[in-house]
Design a protein around this ligand. Structure first.
Ligand SMILES: C[S@@+](CC[C@H](N)C(=O)[O-])C[C@H]1O[C@@H](n2cnc3c(N)ncnc32)[C@H](O)[C@@H]1O
Length: 279
């Protein structure tokens, strides 16, 4: 059974044993400071995008359907300054929690990834790559006022410029590329079909659930079996689900209870499949 840890003000510190292979229901800003120094071999951060959608839902004037975006409360910030403060606070704690040779991934779109890259560099992180995820089935832009956005960017970094000996499985990375080179371009569909979690009305449970295939690439290229992977904003828990199936450990944090529940359900289902496959 997947473990649930409910964070509370009474807890001032967590040991690795307390949180290993668990989803912590809580606010990452409160939980991260309680996690041990140098605990993680890899960190994956998929933060709010701060899409800044207008208050009224946009109507596609030609096709008269509603533009789907992320209009959840957790994606809202007053302004860029507040967003930057939030991301910086997360990144500072993540840097402390990373082992000396750990790496960190941050994923985002044009709305936020450039800010995140700057903040990372300001905090001393050393960027190794940006990996471009090319979506083979992007959401179309019917308004014809700009390009259809078909990419997300993953920044991959170490704690500082002098870090050597981090995990990079070049052979595996080559398999995800056309030709002989391990290129920084990954072509993959967005999460659809049976993989996409639905609510009781058949609607998407989470607006930005990442495909397992993307997380497999992240984990296979930058971690080893037995490594500890931290995801401080876990959503539906894709990181933990894939980590478990690849025999990595995970520590996940998520503040929305409905996503935590989905995460637990998903992990339990996968645990059953996992134990059958590895028997
Ligand atoms: C972009 S989504 C992550 C999606 C995830 N990778 C998946 O595959 O489902 C960002 C998540 O961060 C969560 N979140 C936002 N602020 C948070 C905070 N302060 N602490 C913990 N989680 C937070 C949101 O509830 C949301 O589920």
């Amino acid at each position: 059974m997947a473990r649930l840890v409910i964070d509370s003000q009474e807890v001032s510190r967590y040991s690795l044993d307390d949180v290993l292979d668990a989803i912590i229901w809580g606010d990452a800003l409160q939980v991260l400071p309680k996690l041990p120094d140098e605990m993680a071999d890899m960190v994956f951060i998929d933060p709010p995008y701060f899409l800044q959608l207008p208050p009224k839902r946009l109507l596609r004037w030609k096709v008269k359907t509603v533009v789907e975006g992320v209009d959840e409360e957790w994606d809202k910030f007053e302004n860029f300054e507040e967003y930057d403060r939030f991301i910086s606070a997360i990144l500072k704690e993540v840097r402390r929690i990373m082992k000396p040779k750990a790496t960190v991934w941050c994923i985002g779109t044009y709305h936020n990834i450039h800010r995140i890259g700057k903040l990372m560099q300001d905090l001393g992180f050393w960027i190794l790559n940006d990996v471009i995820w090319v979506k083979t089935n992007p959401m179309p832009n019917w308004l014809n006022v700009r390009f259809t956005n078909a990419t997300e960017t993953l920044i991959w970094a170490v704690k500082s410029k002098d870090v050597k000996g981090y995990t990079f499985n070049a052979e595996v990375a080559r398999q995800f590329s056309k030709g002989k080179l391990a290129l920084n371009v990954w072509e993959l569909p967005i999460c659809i079909g049976d993989e996409r979690l639905k609510d009781e009305h058949g609607k998407k449970l989470h607006p930005t659930q990442k495909p397992k295939a993307l997380m497999e690439r992240v984990l296979l290229t930058s971690t080893k079996e037995g490594d500890v992977v931290l995801d401080p904003m876990a959503g539906t828990g894709t990181t933990g689900v894939v980590a478990q199936s690849l025999r990595r450990h995970f520590v996940m944090i998520e503040k929305q209870r409905e996503y935590v529940d989905a995460c637990l359900q998903r992990l339990n289902l996968e645990t059953q499949q996992f134990s059958l496959e590895w028997r």
